[in-house]
Design a protein around this ligand. Structure first.
Ligand code: CMC
Length: 380
């Protein structure tokens, strides 16, 4: 915080509480994350993305009957209109996040409840978008490769269906499980930049599709969701585990950052990271490519002194290697984050609508005052 005269400046809104929430608790000093009171470790180890979506949006873990009805609706909503796939085809050369943002924007023209901002309709739309978005991401990857999109499965779970549409084959149970865990870990994270941006849009009493488009655009940056892609690019540039330490020292000495480290809130290890670290190791051994895990582990070792400054590994550090080992194209990594986060963005929009107040901070003006106007003809 900087104080100039009577003004307290909180650059980047660092340390500022925007509102109250019952959905996500983060203890940055301890490295603790709860969704509606449930520890992320329990949810990642024992739950499914479908259950977590229900927990976040309907405020309780579903019983069997509730889960069956919820799951049936999600499966029924997976298709996207042919017109939207045509748009995907037209913009197929763009980055997958640009394509997803454009397609979600186009879906607003087809959703029967786009302009209904009631809480019930907003939740229904958020779940529909959660179901439709994997279809868009997978269809885009196939269309740009000259392949026909695979229609959504009516039987596979949410994570398995995404991989099925992306790979054109049924995923192994382990692949589907890893994707499921990944979606759980990314589902919600308080007032992160993209959820905050979605809230700003909702606070003007705009609609959910607009807010999700805002969220996608904000998530794309390398300081937020784009980090997993950057981590894998970095790993490929380093190329072998033995070169990791020297590469990192050079990077840090030159004032650069090592992607996948640091977090605005966590000043301890990001609790989500361990689940992907374990899977990166196992998957690397299974696929005969253990060098990526070793390279990342070596980087983590070099970064140890930075822990004193609160810079620890974050969720994106091992995520990239997990996706890469599963055969997911690198430029889709951040889209996977988006697929997991749609319920979280929806939740933030719902909370914003429940007690709405326009989000409109102030800027301290430091420019000149009362400058005499010079007509165009007289300007030098
Ligand atoms: N490597 C080296 N130094 C770092 C790093 C890093 N990854 N992150 C922060 N620092 C240093 C930074 O150089 C600065 O040093 P100094 O005070 O000497 O100038 C200090 O730490 C504070 O940096 P900051 O950017 O002011 O801190 P922040 O809390 O605003 O940064 C962050 C958070 C995520 C933007 C930053 O840590 C970063 O750029 N990390 C790399 C990108 C990344 O992994 N992003 C994914 C975040 S987790 C997924 C998500 O939730 O989106």
């Amino acid at each position: 915080m900087v104080t100039t005269g009577k003004i307290e400046l909180h650059r980047g809104l660092s340390g500022v509480y925007l509102d109250r929430t019952e959905s996500c608790f983060i203890d940055g000093a301890e490295g603790k994350l709860l969704y509606r009171g449930y520890n992320i470790h329990d949810l990642a180890e024992k739950s499914t993305f479908e259950e977590v979506m229900h927990l976040l949006l309907y405020k309780k873990l579903p019983n069997r009957k509730e889960l069956a009805a919820f799951d049936a609706q999600l499966k029924a909503d997976r298709a996207v209109p042919a017109e939207v796939l045509d748009i995907v085809d037209k913009v197929k050369k763009a980055h997958p996040m640009d394509v997803l943002r454009t397609a979600v924007s186009a879906l607003a023209a087809f959703d029967p409840e786009t302009t209904d901002n009631s809480i019930e309709a907003t939740i229904r739309k958020g779940l529909r978008l959660t179901s439709q978005a994997p279809t868009i991401v997978a269809a885009h990857d196939r269309i740009r490769k000259g392949l026909k999109p695979i229609p959504p499965s009516r039987t596979l779970n949410h994570a398995g269906n995404f991989l099925h549409m992306l790979f054109g084959r049924n995923p192994t149970p382990e692949e589907a499980h890893i994707m499921d865990v990944d979606f759980i870990l990314h589902a919600e994270h308080g007032a992160n930049a993209s959820a905050f941006a979605a809230r700003v849009t909702a606070s003007t009493v705009s609609d959910l599709h607009s807010a999700i488009v805002t969220g996608i655009g904000t998530l794309k940056g390398p300081a937020h969701g784009g980090a997993a892609e950057e981590v894998m690019k970095m790993a490929e540039e380093i190329s072998t585990p033995e070169k990791a330490a020297e590469w990192a020292r050079k990077r840090l000495d030159g004032g650069g950052r090592v992607m996948g480290f640091g977090h605005r809130v966590y000043k301890a290890e990001d609790p989500r990271a361990q689940h992907l670290r374990d899977r990166s190791k196992v998957l690397g051994e299974q696929k005969g490519e253990p060098q990526w895990f070793q390279l990342l582990a070596n980087l983590q070792e070099v970064m140890k002194p930075y822990q004193r400054r609160g810079i620890f590994v974050n969720v994106d550090f091992y995520a990239g290697s997990v996706y890469y080992l599963m055969g997911v194209p690198e430029d889709i990594f951040v889209s996977i984050f988006a697929l997991g986060r749609i319920p979280g963005w929806t939740l933030n929009v719902v909370e914003q609508f429940e007690r709405n107040m326009l989000i409109r901070p102030l800027m301290e003006y430091t420019g000149p005052m009362d400058v005499p106007y010079v007509p165009l003809a007289q300007r030098p």
